[in-house]
Design a protein around this ligand. Structure first.
Ligand code: PLP
Length: 456
């Protein structure tokens, strides 16, 4: 076999021209999204009040397997893509494993993560529709930053509701978003009705993604020319993120490499869904037997301890209901440092695949993933985002198991972002003060108690 370089790049001409719509490959259609007011399946029209027209079309598209990427979006992608696949030779040596470790690195753009892959098309479609403003929520800050970059480029106004605890931990994130022209409001805030209600019920709360979504949706519904954009969870976000998997597969195919295991961290499921898309499509057509592993924080164990049920996407119960793995929209995870993974629900496609046994899920405590991250930092010279640490920890565990069994497995994982904005988390870990918080069964029951009656 050809000698595999440390970094496998595609040329610009080899970049994917199409996104892959995993939804169209599923053997059975997903259960429909339900309107929160009527309990009946949502109509395109109903969704258009909140989301852009094209996002709605893509969200509900169950037939087109490939969707062409418009040229202006490709032109933006070319500024920071293709991203490299790195053969982690030095980590392999450090672990003394016969396994081959490959990671797709999405942290090379200024937003610091894969989120930009979906921010660009979402804002492009908003501008094409003639909208002037968009709103969103951000947890760890990567999505807000990515949207600020895209709205700055396309000339749209942006209001970001940032989970208060993150806003306090990460003042630099706020500064980056403001540099691109975005407005950042710590959530819950007194600028929306739902924010005021949450503040009254939970005074002093550090907020959650679910609260911030409610605030952003409220503004989109009440302000002319404004829509809400979401950076994860929804099917059209997974669609855009398929560039990750398509590039990774094209790069590895050059060296005839098919992974045995594909691993991603899961917050709402978008990088994982994007990474696995082409491999899962093949799997569903019986062409491979790859193991797919979703990795989540033990503090927010949606796929490993959640229920597969209809639920709202937000705490304020304003979004459509989706059939998904969920901890209940009323579940507020304890604040931890895997900011981007603290969401109560999971993308419906990933949820269905998990339910059908096609996706494995594991949950890791944060101290464990930071321990793995330090080994990764030292061997690969790359300092990852805390979210990414979950995937790399699972990949390293797999490689260590290979050492015991002598298997030469090929392991592919997504390193979703850089950790430069997350140094408070590393400082806490380095000081030995980081702790783990795993919800008890009773605490999970409190979340499940908030599941809507439609599940009964
Ligand atoms: C947002 C984010 C995640 C989790 O989101 P998914 O939609 O599950 O991909 C993971 N890593 C980083 C760096 C993020 O910014």
């Amino acid at each position: 076999m050809a000698n595999i370089p440390y970094k496998i790049y595609l040329s610009e001409n080899e970049m994917p021209q199409f996104w892959m719509n995993l939804q169209a490959y599923l053997p059975k259609k997903l259960d429909p999204m339900l309107d929160p007011k009527t309990g009946r399946p949502v109509t395109e029209e109903g969704l258009r009040a909140v989301f852009t027209d094209e996002a709605v079309r893509q969200e509900l598209n169950t037939t087109d397997k490939l969707i062409e990427i418009p040229q202006p979006i490709l032109d933006f992608y070319r500024m920071y893509r293709p991203s490299p696949v790195v053969r982690a030779y030095n980590l392999e040596k450090m672990l003394d494993t016969p396994a081959e470790l490959y990671y797709k690195f999405e942290g090379t753009n200024t937003s610091g993560s894969h989120k930009l892959n979906s921010a660009v098309p979402q804002v492009y479609y908003a501008r094409e529709q003639g909208l002037t403003n968009v709103t969103t929520e951000t947890g760890a800050g990567q999505w807000g930053t990515a949207l600020a970059m895209a709205t700055g480029y396309y000339g749209l106004g942006l209001k970001v509701f940032m989970v208060k605890s993150s806003a306090e931990q990460k003042p630099h994130r706020k500064a980056v978003m403001e540099t691109y022209g975005g407005t950042v409001i710590p959530s819950p805030s007194d600028t929306t009705a739902v924010g005021r209600k949450i503040l009254q019920e939970h005074p002093g709360t550090g907020g959650s993604l679910g609260c911030a979504i409610s605030e952003a949706v409220e503004v989109a519904l009440n302000q002319e020319g404004t829509r809400y954009l979401l950076g994860s969870v929804l099917n059209h976000v997974l669609l855009h993120q398929s560039v990750i998997g398509l590039e990774a597969k094209a790069a590895l195919d050059k060296y005839n490499i098919t992974p045995d295991v594909v691993i991603g961290c899961t917050g709402g499921g978008s990088n994982f869904g994007g990474l696995i898309a082409p491999y899962m499509a093949d799997r569903l057509e019986g062409k491979n037997n790859i193991r797919f592993v979703a990795v989540e924080p033990a503090s927010c164990p949606t796929l490993t301890r959640g229920r597969f049920a209809y639920d709202y996407g937000d705490t304020g119960r304003m979004t459509p209901l989706m059939k998904m793995y969920t901890l209940g929209s009323g579940f507020i995870p304890s604040s931890n440092h895997a900011g981007g993974l603290r969401y109560h629900g999971m993308n419906p496609i990933i949820s269905q695949l998990r339910h059908d046994g096609l996706v494995d899920a594991v949950a890791y405590e944060q101290t464990r993933v930071f321990r793995a991250a330090k080994i990764f930092c030292k061997s690969e010279g790359n300092l990852p985002a805390p979210e990414s640490n979950h995937a790399l920890c699972a990949a390293m565990d797999e490689a260590i198991r290979c050492k015991e069994t002598g298997e030469k497995k090929k392991i592919l994982f997504c390193l979703t972002g850089t950790g430069f904005f997350d140094m408070p988390a590393y400082m806490l870990y380095n000081s030995g003060k980081m702790t783990d918080s795993i919800p008890t069964d009773e605490e999970l029951e409190q979340g499940f108690a908030t599941l809507p009656e439609i599940n009964l």
